[in-house]
Design a protein around this ligand. Structure first.
Ligand SMILES: [Zn+2]
Length: 471
């Protein structure tokens, strides 16, 4: 397992905010939380009462996409405002090569920007994919990824973070929290009184499955629909546990009388699959960036903004644009090379669309997401193995191989072919607009040069192994 250092981008520029120039910033990621399992986006179980309350008090994005289907590249985009192709942090998971590329020190991160502006910066994470060994600690005064075992609960993450909050809370700060509970294995805390699901929590033999596993026969996965429901129920309980921790954090900010000068962002780094069929059967995450892997919740509570309370933004947006939106609102400098964006300001300024990328050992997958459809392209060094698929968005995506559209397959209805061509044209224009904004975005086809890499620590490697990310 290896870590490589990426290429250079430094410097500052861009607009500055006024009212936000004294605000604190809190960014919370619920790991592995799919958009369609949170309350304010339509899930009825009551998994996220505290996140929903924030949404009522702020902006909620109903069609937000992470830039990747795995923790490390997705968080690297949140922190740099760059797509995986550009920031260089990527993983070829579930392969024989076990290659994970860290976030290069040359990148300018949100934490570095906050630190340069004199803010106290602290991060408290619950999973190994955000290990400091992968480059995520840059810009943080305190980076707490020190816990026994492969993961730590949101409750324990709070216990580490809240004393720090008390230490720095009366000066300006940036706090980042990663609540890892919803990530497998699904072992909900039995001491929590869940408002749904069966109690007590029984745990059958399979409590998780390896990321990257796409075939049922690779692991003893549930066959019985009732067992799959039980698995999902435990996943939902883990989301609820993360939401409780969010509530505890917000209560603390209120008690400290700093909630009203703290900008709060709650989102997730990717989704999770439970046997959905999209051409192939999907389990876990870190896979081809279909909707279920990359559609995530995104809630932003802006202090003192009455007119932006309870607003739901339906346009498709990418988390990649969050960094520039936050720096602008907080009066911080925007790192050079990051396009301006205004997700949190004038809605008419949002140009809908998102890209989601996942690197393979050789080649990559890229999804181009529009408002009602997405296109998934799988590219390998051998062009004959390139594949493009058009999918409708929604709970049961219909799927159309693009070759059938372009080859004028006579078994397809002419009006369907016509419609599909129009959709494709729209998605390709979204792609060229988004890649243009980001300076071209030419994805990498070949694996990295081992000579340029440095090894990951044994401890970080072991934690990733325990969660099934490496073999
Ligand atoms: Zn994750």
């Amino acid at each position: 397992l290896l870590v490589v250092v990426a290429v250079l981008t430094t410097g500052c520029g861009g607009p500055t905010g006024k009212e936000g120039a004294t605000w604190n910033l809190v960014v919370v990621t619920f790991d592995t939380t799919r958009a369609d399992h949170v309350g304010h986006l339509g899930y009825s179980l009551g998994t996220t009462p505290r996140m929903d309350a924030l949404a009522r008090d702020g902006l909620a994005f109903s069609s937000a996409y992470s830039t990747s289907s795995w923790t490390a590249p997705s968080h690297a985009s949140l922190f740099t405002g760059l797509y995986p192709t550009d920031h260089g942090c990527r993983a070829a998971v579930g392969t024989d090569s076990d290659v994970i590329l860290g976030l290069g020190q040359e990148r300018t991160t949100l934490a570095e920007t906050c630190q340069a502006a004199g803010m106290a910066t602290g991060a408290f994470v619950g999973g190994p994919a955000l290990s400091h060994a992968l480059g995520f600690s840059q810009g943080f005064d305190v980076y707490d990824d020190d816990f026994a075992g492969p993961q730590r609960s949101a409750r324990a993450t709070n216990e580490a973070a809240i004393p720090w909050l008390h230490e720095v809370g009366q000066s300006r700060f940036f706090l980042f929290l990663n609540y890892f509970d919803p990530h497998g294995p699904y072992e909900p805390d039995p001491s929590i009184d869940y408002p749904f699901g069966s109690q007590p929590v029984d745990v059958p033999a399979y409590t998780s499955f390896s990321p990257g596993v796409t075939k049922r026969d690779e692991l003893p996965l549930p066959e019985d629909p009732a067992e799959i429901d039980r698995l999902i129920e435990r996943y939902d309980q883990e989301i609820y546990a993360a939401d409780r921790a969010l509530g505890r954090l917000i209560d603390e900010l209120t008690r400290m009388e700093i909630l009203d000068r703290t900008l709060i962002v709650v989102t997730s780094d990717h989704g999770e699959s439970f046997g959905e069929t999209v051409g192939t059967v999907l389990w876990g995450h870190g896979l081809v960036p279909y909707q279920v892997q990359c559609h995530v919740p995104l809630v932003v509570r802006i202090p003192g903004q009455k007119r932006r309370r309870g607003v739901v933004v339906e346009e498709t947006v990418s988390q990649v644009d969050l960094l520039a939106s936050l720096t602008s609102l907080l009066g911080l400098s925007r790192p050079t090379g990051i396009p301006a964006s205004d997700l949190l300001g004038r809605r008419e300024a949002i140009a809908p669309g998102a890209l989601c990328e996942r690197y393979l050992t050789q080649g990559y997958c890229r999804a181009i997401v529009g408002q009602e459809f997405m296109m998934v392209r799988i590219v390998r060094p051998d062009p004959k193995r390139e594949r493009e698929t058009l999918l409708s968005l929604g709970p049961e995506p219909s799927l159309l191989p693009i070759r059938r559209i372009t080859d004028k397959d006579t078994s397809l209805a002419p009006d369907l072919v016509e419609k599909a061509r129009g959709i494709l044209e729209d998605l390709r224009s979204i792609e060229s607009r988004l890649t243009g904004r980001h300076g071209g975005l030419a994805p990498v086809l070949e694996p990295p040069d081992p000579a340029e890499m440095q090894p990951l620590s044994h401890e970080a490697e072991e934690k990733l192994r325990l969660l099934g990310y490496i073999k």
